[in-house]
Design a protein around this ligand. Structure first.
Ligand SMILES: Nc1ncnc2c1ncn2[C@@H]1O[C@H](COP(=O)(O)OP(=O)(O)OP(=O)(O)O)[C@@H](O)[C@H]1O
Length: 241
């Protein structure tokens, strides 16, 4: 993986401010506010339907808020200069065309984003897929698809990375691999936003946790400050009930 470009990553925050989103009569986000900072994995936690994926989609410019802002490095996604160099994401790693070879999938992604094809071999190596690069994605296991999704997110070597439930369905080796990778990203100074339902996994991976219920933040704290003997699960249940 590359060394961070001089200094710029220190400003690479995700700022979500008073974000509100309604779908018909459903309020998915209700003035949601939090910040994800560089050098940290921010765990994004909440019950089903709390608004986590909606928040990520809005940060990535895939959906529009009714009110409030979501910015990366101070700009909304649609206003970012060369956005794939600033933010990468894996929302649903299984949503990839199975007929393509892994290397072709990444070449297509790189071309669409105006990124050099030389990055493809680099990111394949970063995620440990070099040996299967010429295999068709349809034959990939879930863990391999997750790696391929991460490779795509890394093409632009962005300082900000978003992952929506990346370890769901993975075996213990895959879970540990993702954990080490995300910790490594944070150690490099990247900003990592990670949504997960898996409390014990978040406890091992995140530096701080933002808990959202019905589109509102009910807790936002460093894991180290949860309190004596309080597990993340205890903290979560206290915050959400
Ligand atoms: N495109 C949509 N159309 C209508 N309602 C939607 C849409 N997307 C999300 N919602 C609703 O918005 C709310 C928040 O959904 P969202 O998927 O963001 O929650 P989540 O926290 O990611 O849930 P999960 O943990 O189950 O993935 C839910 O009530 C959901 O039904």
């Amino acid at each position: 993986m590359r060394v961070p470009p001089g200094g710029g990553w220190l400003c690479a925050v995700i700022e979500v401010c008073e974000l509100t989103k309604r779908y018909g009569g459903t309020t998915a986000l209700d003035a949601l506010t939090f910040t994800a900072r560089p050098g940290e994995v921010t765990g994004f936690l909440g019950p089903n339907g709390a608004g986590k994926s909606t928040t990520m989609r809005i940060i990535l410019g895939l959906d529009r808020p009714d009110a409030g802002t979501a910015t990366v490095n101070g700009a909304a996604y649609r206003g970012l200069d060369r956005p794939t160099r600033q933010v990468g994401a894996v929302l649903d790693a299984s949503a990839v065309a199975g007929g393509r070879r892994a290397v072709d999938h990444l070449r297509w992604q790189a071309r669409a984003a105006g990124l050099p094809a030389t990055r493809v071999d680099e990111v394949l190596a970063d995620v440990g897929l070099s040996d299967v690069a010429r295999r068709r994605v349809g034959g990939f296991s879930l863990g391999m698809k997750q790696r391929l999704g991460i490779a795509g997110a890394l093409l632009g070597d962005p300082p900000v990375l978003l992952f929506d439930e990346p370890v769901n369905g993975l075996d213990p080796d895959g879970v540990r691999w993702i954990r080490d990778l995300l910790r490594g990203f944070a150690a490099q100074g990247r900003t990592v936003l990670l949504s997960s339902h898996l409390m014990s996994e978040l406890e091992r991976t995140a530096d701080r946790v933002v808990i959202v219920v019905r589109g509102r933040v009910v807790a936002d704290a460093p894991l180290a400050a949860l309190g004596d003997g309080l597990s993340l699960e205890d903290f979560y249940l206290k915050a959400t009930t």
